[in-house]
Write a protein of this length. Sequence first.
Length: 275
Amino acid sequence: MSFTTADVVKLRKVSGAGMMDCKNALKETDGDFDKALEIIREKGKLIANKRADRDAAEGVALAKVAEDGKFGALVVLNCETDFVAKNESFVAFAESILNAALENKVESLDALKAIELDGKSIEAQVTEQTGVTGEKLELSYYKAIAGEHVVAYIHPGNKLSTLVGFNKADVDEHVGKDVAMQIAAMAPIAIDEASIPKAEIEKELDFAREKYRKEGKPEAMIEKIAQGSLNKWYKDVTLLNQAYVKDTKMSIKNFLKQSDAELTVTAFDRYTLND
């Protein structure tokens, strides 16, 4: 054997693979570290190919904001089991991807996968980690938000994260966090009614019209009743019109105005692995 235990430990540290995998790779290459590392990497690709049809439904959804407070990112790294999702090394790997996204101000998932991390693309790193964990891993989702002020929120357990951008830089810390948590709790689909595509609004109106016709409402009243139903729907699904979860007597719009009359939300995103 032309390698030592120190070599095995070094290979394990560099590759993240198990001790026996590292020992066998060094044995196969007669102690050649670079060749052994390549074997470990190729093994990761092989396992990834074998598991390509597996369901990677577990994982973590993480969000974070850059130091300047004007750019935030949300990444989702999937795996097969909750056991791996809770592993410190897996979470740390996801965090390193998120940090790379922030450092490079990445705008898309494809761009994120192409970024180099420790000398290799993130996409290649994900493949290699498949070999380390023995499970299919997938970097499945990425969203970036830029604004005068951006806030991130990660719900305990790393299964749900949100990002929210504001139009002003001096947002009170508690206000920003409460809005980010509101998005997590109430899952709005748009900022306000103006942000919803007209086709979706018309679909909701058609649904209401048909519902009330089936209930036998007078035809002359259908349009008015449907419009009332639409307004109620706005309060359910649009962030600014939703009731503030900590004080349901006021809307999020009014909650923001209490802090600053001109403060509003410019963008938001929410991702959960539980839906």
